[in-house]
Design a protein around this ligand. Structure first.
Ligand code: R5P
Length: 301
């Protein structure tokens, strides 16, 4: 009987209590962790977020003129899409199974003072859309610093109520210095005030001090378009120095081959591939695409 009891109840196996895989996230509730596991790959602990929310203040910027045609083919390679509810509802098929990070702040266009944002979505709509996180700009040192910090803390309170994560996006004003000292300040303020994770820019010097002094995961923005090898090097260096992934937009969708680029970025972020190897893979994909079209052209003659 004892052995039967042992067999059924596994009396010799204590229940495990594994730590959650993401930095600083162990004490979050189950629903929030479940949503974070849709943004970050639990195997690698990293994410490739595809940022396509630029239209919320820039309109149809280069590469995002037709999201249905230009971007949807990339979605299958992204762990997560970062976008507005307008694009989500109008263009993205509800069968998309990755994480959704919803742009939740807005107001000014590129024609006005960008830091003058307000919360631009109701938490009920975020729940209705089944999003994993809400993204909000935080303008540390900007004209509307306090307002943007309050936007973030309001969203943290609302998100915590329903288990939805908050991504604080550190927005750097045009004339402000982008160095590790500024990024440490901005990221730490966001984390201290409750952000679940933080998006910031990579800086070539001492980026490891930015990740070390931020108690929650950091993902890097891609920033303005760079030559592809440089963008892959940036992703590689950021990951090596403690970033938990990338939230990349222009460096993917403005690349010569966006599909090739997002796959190369994935290899760097999830598999630790060197930037040079990933670039070789990327150029190979362009060559293959070119030769396919030549073959197709020949077949058509
Ligand atoms: C801008 O604030 C938006 O949040 C973009 O999503 C962000 O800048 C990332 O895109 P990119 O890699 O093009 O910088």
């Amino acid at each position: 009987m004892i052995s039967e009891k042992k067999r059924i109840f596994f009396l010799d196996i204590p229940q495990e209590n594994p730590a959650f895989f993401l930095k600083g996230s162990n004490n979050l509730d189950w629903g929030m962790k479940n949503r974070l596991a849709r943004i970050f790959n639990p195997k690698s602990g990293k994410t490739v977020m595809l940022a396509i929310d630029h239209g919320y203040f820039q309109g149809p910027t280069t590469g995002l003129e037709r999201i249905d045609v230009g971007i949807l083919p990339l979605a299958q390679y992204a762990d997560t899409l970062m976008l507005t509810r307008g694009i989500l509802r109008s263009v993205v098929p509800p069968s998309f199974n990755g994480g959704i990070v919803l742009r939740a702040s807005g107001g000014p266009s590129i024609l006005k003072e960008l830091s003058n944002e307000q919360i631009a979505v109701d938490i009920e709509d975020a729940i209705r859309l089944n999003v994993s996180a809400l993204a909000v700009q935080v303008f540390i040192g900007g004209e509307n610093e306090t307002q943007s910090v309050h936007n973030m803390t309001r969203l943290v309170d609302l998100g915590n109520r329903y288990g939805i994560a908050t991504l604080a996006v550190t927005a750097v004003g045009r004339d402000m210095v982008r160095d590790a000292k500024y990024m440490r300040l901005a990221c730490r303020i966001c984390a201290e005030l409750g952000a679940t994770y933080v998006k910031t820019y990579y800086v070539p010097e001492d980026f490891d001090t930015v990740t070390a002094s931020c108690p929650v995961p950091i993902v890097i923005a891609g920033g303005k378009k760079l030559p592809e090898l440089e963008a892959l090097r940036m992703a590689y260096d950021a990951i090596r120095q403690g970033a938990a992934g990338v939230d990349m937009g222009r460096n993917i969708f403005q690349a010569e081959s966006p599909v090739g680029m997002i796959q190369a970025v994935r290899s760097v972020v999830h598999d630790g591939m060197s930037p040079e190897e990933a670039f070789e893979m990327y150029t190979g994909s362009i060559d293959r695409a070119a030769s396919t079209s030549i073959e197709e052209t020949l077949a058509a003659v």
